[in-house]
Design a protein around this ligand. Structure first.
Ligand SMILES: Cc1cc2nc3c(=O)[nH]c(=O)nc-3n(C[C@H](O)[C@H](O)[C@H](O)COP(=O)(O)O)c2cc1C
Length: 167
């Protein structure tokens, strides 16, 4: 993996990376993007138990039914940031309930947005379309990345570079 270089033209660009991660894949991308852009970061915690096989099954069902969940209290005010970069894993073809909850709760505070999503193998387009409609905002950049690509440093670096190019 390349040495992460802060490519943000000015630190004064006020960017917040918001993500939810159950098993670390989305966190890996979020941390990398945060460092590269010199951004702030907010991890969203799902207060509902999502571990184990039941957590998986109920998580998939909740995502499929487009349910919201209870999330932690946020620490970073999205309205104080110029751009919010939102990362979610794909669950049963949908965004994770924790991210749906965050977007619904703070949509009026989000001035500009970019999305990324991680998945086992499926296409992530559906999340992007839904998040765009939910916020009623055209994202300035999108990135979908699957497990195999996350483990391949050259693909990972290239995807992040392309995602952050216009940010
Ligand atoms: C409840 C649940 C449902 C999932 N559904 C899908 C799916 O429909 N398609 C897919 O490619 N991956 C699916 N996955 C795999 C995750 O999207 C993938 O492993 C993701 O990178 C996990 O991110 P995380 O480690 O940040 O939690 C699912 C995972 C979980 C836990």
């Amino acid at each position: 993996m390349e040495n992460i270089e802060n490519t943000a033209s000015e630190k004064s660009r006020n960017i917040l990376v918001v993500y939810y991660s159950r098993t670390g894949a989305t966190r890996k991308a979020a941390e990398y993007i945060t460092k590269k852009l010199g951004a702030d970061m907010e991890e969203i915690i799902d207060m509902k138990k999502r571990s184990g096989i039941f957590g998986f099954i109920i998580g998939g069902r909740d995502a499929l039914m487009r349910k919201e969940t209870k999330i932690n209290e946020i620490k970073k005010d999205p309205s104080k940031h110029d751009l919010i970069i939102v990362g979610s894993p794909l669950w049963a073809g949908n965004m994770a309930p924790a991210i749906r909850t965050y977007l619904n709760k703070y949509k009026t505070d989000i001035k500009s947005v970019a999305f990324f999503a991680t998945s086992g193998s499926s296409n992530q387009e559906k999340i992007f379309e839904e998040a765009k409609n939910l916020l009623d905002k055209e994202p300035i950049s999108l990135m979908g990345i699957c497990t195999k690509e996350l483990k391949d440093d050259s693909v990972f670096d290239a995807k992040i570079a392309s995602f952050t190019e216009n940010i």
